[in-house]
Design a protein around this ligand. Sequence first.
Ligand code: NAP
Length: 268
Amino acid sequence: MTSFGFIGTGHLGSMLVRKFVQMEAVDSGDILASNRTPEKADRLAQVTNIRISTNRTVAELSDVIFICVRPLEVADVLKELEFLLTPEKLLISVAGDVSLKALRELCSSRVVRAFPSMTSERLKGVTLLAFGDNATAADRHLTSQLFRTIGEVAHVEETDFEVLADLTSCAPGYFAALLREFVLAAKCRGIEEELAERLVKETFLGTALLLEDESFQGLITSVATKGGITEAGVKVIREDAPAMFDRLFLATQARHDQVKKRTVLAER
Ligand SMILES: NC(=O)c1ccc[n+]([C@@H]2O[C@H](COP(=O)([O-])OP(=O)(O)OC[C@H]3O[C@@H](n4cnc5c(N)ncnc54)[C@H](OP(=O)(O)O)[C@@H]3O)[C@@H](O)[C@H]2O)c1
């Protein structure tokens, strides 16, 4: 029987526990979790029936340990547990900007990086996966199977993680921000904000469903008839959006570089 540990029960850690239990990917009796502020872990235990303990006990008693703390907190957590994180254990880190190489240096467990998306709350979206050179075929299988219960998985090169995380994990925030601007532009034209938000949300959900079996270009072609209104709007997006998305990738890359510099300092 495999036992699972979760260190950090914040937004992502608690979502993973709730969804893995709900999807019966893991039995709640096989999960032990810890959190810096114990009350938060207690609240999760109340809704999932998992057991709560300290970081040390979680590391000691679990075969598979999920590290769900923020990037700058990873080094401290792993240093505290270093003597427990042996090669018999599998460590799955969801922290951005902490490389497989850094994880290998901080402990001797087998290591995997997973980058899930909060869209797994609705069993949709993609978890990016990259495996340490000490991860076994069984580790790859187990990790992929687990995350497949709460959405799609993509095995990717670790070097692509940052750009791909923009497309998967950050994208729900970007889509919401874009749609909010759409609503505000309608408000400037005299439409009540609440009404505009309701209409855009419903249309967005319908669009997402159409995209289940249609490419972006296919959908554009079917909505934007030649010489019609939608075509005029699509032309504006094609002219203005490339510069905006280019700036978005530059801004997120700069932020990754800052965090990576600070995580390297934290590892020392
Ligand atoms: N949120 C997302 O959409 C998302 C997506 C992909 C990956 N991630 C990654 O997931 C990680 C967590 O993100 P999050 O959004 O869940 O952040 P969060 O809500 O701040 O959760 C982090 C949790 O870690 C706990 N913690 C901090 N230090 C600890 C320690 N020494 N021992 C035990 N627990 C400790 C915190 O406890 P307290 O209650 O005391 O604060 C908090 O509950 C990050 O590394 C992030 O890069 C997040």
